[in-house]
Design a protein around this ligand. Structure first.
Ligand SMILES: Nc1ncnc2c1ncn2[C@@H]1O[C@H](COP(=O)(O)OP(=O)(O)OP(=O)(O)O)[C@@H](O)[C@H]1O
Length: 513
């Protein structure tokens, strides 16, 4: 398929040429270019570390480029700070939504609109507009006077997007800002985006999810190692895009989900059992068993209990009925420390809040949970940690400069891979993963799937919450579906397809457990 030249079409609202940016020895961008036309939704894709966020941070005034030119509406554009970018009509929503925790939702929605942190609760016009945008985005919007700090991840992200929509930007940049949204909110957002685009707003959408690009992308620009390598029209095909992203070096075919399991799962020993625990007061008691070497998905609409269930397995909540079985031995999983002692590891969802230690290096972030293995002659050996890390760097294709660099210098996806590597290195027998591929590029996702399959063939049990329906269909041996705070249904691999799974989110009764 031919890539589309940059210069076709009407006058670009945003034009970027020859952008270069380095951080110390790392060249994050070497020749980035982009043309954004009025009213288009333009996807920006590339592997983890290919420079997408750096480009966005330059457009939003967070970083300044070394060289290159940018125009907005035909006029030179070189924002020195985020406020200047905003004044030019460029508004960015980042993946990690920032908010002032102890201020209300309403204050957060109008944050930065005028005097910093000025309370707006008494401004009726603003209240009304904020309520309107939130109601368009969320089925159950949070109260405007609720503290921002009390919101769930998905609602926080929705508020971040609402904040930008309220400012009515000329160009809206969504930098993986859809990754924590639940299904409903994402659908509603896409409807809103299409409406706004029809009125002339242009959108740059950064996502690793092909289904999202299919749904609303008009064109796609691909970055590889900091360079724009092509722009595809709406007729893009999957393989062509992957070839551009990877330079053809990394074409991992999707797994064949009809592949039979190596041995009948029912014959394998149970390693973890839940009997009668409730996820919430008033919820139905849950019953579930996990067998050695299974990969089990947890699915459902956001906030329907799958998160609580995963945490239950880790020793939080009503753990009375959570039992780890080993041979004839039975041990209650009373708390997270006990869970760890029993060979259960957990990869959290909220990377920033729960798993990345931002003041530490890449290597230390990897080794922190397993440092006892690096002791040589009574001292911690960096070389030993380095050797262990190298194994995962290769298997998960982690891209970094030096392992002694701060972990925060890594791209978002690479930070996530370091956290996954940290827990894989602990050689757990049961691995609990909370939406681990959020922010991970398609190639790396496949690498992770392959690794999980290999490890499960060696006996690792994986329980993985995922917000991606395709991930369940592609990877899982079976999927547990949650509804309204209870375990509502189970789908075996042979029954798994997109439609049945989404159906089960809404009406598990139709599906046999
Ligand atoms: N502040 C920084 N200091 C040092 N290196 C950085 C910094 N910011 C980004 N980099 C490096 O620049 C490169 C591009 O990173 P960037 O975050 O732009 O990638 P990305 O395409 O957005 O990746 P992802 O899909 O994982 O979010 C990476 O190698 C990253 O480690």
């Amino acid at each position: 398929m031919p890539t589309h030249p940059l210069t076709t079409g009407p006058e670009a609202v945003l034009a970027v040429d020859g952008l270069r940016k380095h951080f110390g020895p790392t060249v994050a961008l070497q020749d980035a270019a982009l043309r954004l036309f009025p009213g288009e939704v333009h996807a920006l894709v590339g592997e983890n570390g290919s420079g997408k966020s750096t480009l966005v941070k330059i457009l939003s005034g967070v970083h300044r480029p070394d060289t290159g030119s940018m125009t907005v509406g035909g006029r030179a554009f070189a924002p020195r700070n985020p406020a200047q970018a905003l004044r030019a009509g460029i508004d960015t929503v980042f993946q990690e939504v920032l908010g002032v925790e102890n201020r209300t939702v309403l204050d957060n929605l109008w944050l930065g609109a005028d005097r910093p942190l000025r309370p707006v609760a008494r401004d009726a016009g603003r209240r009304e507009k904020a309520a309107e945008v939130l109601a368009a985005l969320l089925v159950t919007p949070p109260p405007l006077d609720a503290p921002f700090g009390s919101l769930q991840l998905s609602d926080r992200q929705a508020c971040g997007i609402a904040r930008s929509l309220l400012r009515d930007p000329r160009v809206l940049i969504l930098d993986e800002a859809t990754s924590a949204l639940d299904l409903d909110t994402r659908t509603r957002l896409f409807t809103l985006v299409k409406e706004r685009a029809a009125q002339g707003m242009s959108v740059v959408l950064i996502t690793h999810r092909m289904d999202e690009i299919r749904e609303i992308g008009d064109r796609v620009t691909v970055l590889r190692s900091g360079r724009t390598v092509g722009t595809l029209g709406a007729d893009w095909d999957h393989d062509e895009m992957i070839r551009l992203m990877t330079g053809g070096a990394h074409l991992v075919p999707p797994a064949d989900s009809s592949e039979p399991a190596a041995c009948d799962p029912a014959e394998r020993p149970v390693v973890l059992r839940v009997t009668g625990s409730r996820l919430r007061p008033g919820g139905q008691p849950c019953h579930a068993e996990f067998r050695r070497g299974e990969i089990v998905g947890l699915a459902g609409l956001e906030g329907h209990g799958q998160d609580e269930f995963l945490r239950l397995l880790l020793g939080h909540g009503d753990t009375e009925g959570v039992v780890r079985t080993e041979g004839d031995g039975e041990h209650r999983v009373t708390d997270p420390r006990r869970a760890r002692d029993l060979g259960i590891a957990y990869v959290a969802r909220d990377r920033r809040g729960e798993s990345i230690l931002p003041w530490m290096s890449i290597l230390d972030n990897f080794a922190v949970a397993t440092a006892d293995r690096d002791v040589r002659g009574g001292l911690l050996s960096e070389a030993a940690a380095e050797r262990r890390f190298a194994h995962y760097v290769e298997r998960l294709a982690i891209k970094y400069g030096r392992s002694s660099d701060a972990v925060t210098t890594l791209s978002g996806g690479n930070q996530q891979k370091v956290v996954i590597a940290r827990w894989l290195a602990a050689d757990p027998e049961i691995l609990l993963l909370n939406d681990p591929t959020r922010g991970i590029d398609v190639g790396a996702k496949r690498d992770l799937y392959r690794l999980l399959r290999e490890l499960s063939a060696q006996g690792l049990t994986v329980v993985m919450l995922s917000s991606e329906v395709d991930e369940h269909v592609e990877l899982m041996d079976r999927v547990l579906v949650f509804r309204e705070g209870s375990l509502a249904a189970g789908l075996a691999r042979t029954e798994l397809d997109r439609e049945r799974l989404v159906d089960a989110f809404f009406d598990g009764a139709a599906v046999t457990a």
